[in-house]
Design a protein around this ligand. Structure first.
Ligand SMILES: Nc1ncnc2c1ncn2[C@@H]1O[C@H](COP(=O)(O)OP(=O)(O)O)[C@@H](O)[C@H]1O
Ligand SMILES: [Mg+2]
Length: 362
């Protein structure tokens, strides 16, 4: 087995397993993260994300090895691991001011007072909370409390920042603002961050790479584009939202590869088509194009428009091809806004835009 250097495997989880009593929660998990990377663990509720993060932080014992910056840390107490954690529920000390919450770890490490003063003020500025030093957590909004929690973690200059769904208690607008702040601080501080979420959009918008987790295992680890365009398991395909799925037996001839869905609908598949004849493909809804007349391209079929709805700058719709329903999104342009439910249209897509899916969903 080849092992990259410390930069490549800055955080290195090697065969990590965690059990509560007889139930195995994290199962022989391997994951290596580069220095400075922002990685998300994306998975449904209950798959073991928090458990994994807590074991890296040192709150839960695990089997296997956890290495950080080249040294083994799973044998060290929590406060000597070089990792700082931000929790979903903020977990601030209610009886301490903002200043004392943020300075808590530094005082614990016996950092001299003037240095504490400087570092706390600096970090409060980066999370845009200057002037809030003397407030108490109960006098802050949820977003402000989470900024304090982030400041409290970052002020320790950790090698690794562990973020456990830190945005999930906030409303949608604030969530977007705060995730930009998280990314900015991650970059400015040159920290390596491991961010846990069950929110697809959040993971896709913020991460260098995403580890998709299911039942205590990593099903796939890759860039957002790799996860979306080349899902390696049925679970990943389903979780990243590939809902327009065409399946059946492909037939090949010298002209290409096809999937006959009905006598009128023979879908041209991407070529060369490798592997067995039993195929599953997803059509990304945003790559479907609608026209009032047929267009010469790989795939173009007549259908009926249904369920048009506005999603701000986009229109979502379902198109019914003689019983086969495909959903899509188009820009809410002036032209597209004239479309009405019930209308007969043509919808087309390129064969090369179709995404090959692994076998049956797990
Ligand atoms: N302290 C514990 N004792 C027993 N079971 C636990 C404990 N903590 C978590 N679990 C179980 O472990 C599983 C994974 O939980 P968790 O790591 O919190 O999932 P996630 O963060 O992905 O939602 C769940 O089935 C949960 O009930
Ligand atoms: Mg959790």
């Amino acid at each position: 087995m080849t092992h990259g250097g410390i930069e490549e495997r800055f955080l290195d989880l090697v065969d990590v397993s965690i059990a509560f009593g007889k139930s195995a929660i994290v199962k022989h998990l391997n994951l290596a993260i580069r220095r400075g990377e922002f990685v998300s663990i994306l998975g449904p509720s209950g798959c073991g994300k928090t458990t994994l993060l807590r074991s890296i932080a040192g709150f839960i014992r695990c089997d296997g090895q956890i290495r950080l910056a080249g040294g083994r840390i799973d044998t060290l107490p929590s406060n000597r691991r070089g990792a700082a954690m931000v929790f979903q529920n903020y977990a601030l000390f209610p009886h301490l001011s903002v200043f004392d919450n943020v300075g808590f770890g530094l005082r614990h490490h016996k950092v001299p007072k003037p240095e504490i003063e400087t570092r706390v003020r600096e970090v409060l500025a980066t999370v845009q909370l200057q002037g809030f030093e003397q407030r108490y957590p109960r006098e802050l909004s949820g977003g402000q409390q989470q900024r304090v929690a982030l400041a409290r973690a970052v002020v320790l200059n950790p090698k690794l920042l562990l973020l456990d769904e830190p945005l999930s208690n906030l409303d949608a607008k604030l969530r977007k603002d705060l995730r930009k702040d998280f990314l900015r601080i991650h970059e400015a501080a040159g920290i390596t961050s491991l961010f846990v979420t069950h929110d697809l959009e959040e993971a896709f918008s913020i991460s260098d790479r995403i580890a998709v987790m299911n039942h205590g295992r990593i099903e796939q680890f890759g860039t957002p584009a790799e996860i979306f365009n080349r899902p390696q398991t049925g679970f990943v395909a389903d979780f990243v939202g590939h809902s327009n799925i065409l399946a059946g037996k492909a037939h090949r001839d010298e002209g290409g590869a096809y999937l006959a869905l009905s006598p009128k609908m023979s879908v041209r598949l991407p070529t060369p088509l490798e592997g067995p004849d039993d195929v599953r493909f997803a059509i990304p809804g945003h790559l479907l194009e609608i026209s009032s007349a047929p267009v010469a391209r790989d795939n173009c079929f007549p259908g009926r428009l249904r369920k048009l709805s506005y999603l701000g700058p986009a229109l979502s719709y379902v198109i019914d091809f003689d019983g086969l329903e495909i959903s899509g999104e188009i820009p809410a342009s002036r032209e597209n806004m004239k479309l009405a439910a019930g209308e007969s249209v043509y919808a087309g897509w390129n064969a090369s835009d179709m995404i090959a899916l692994p076998g049956a969903p797990s």
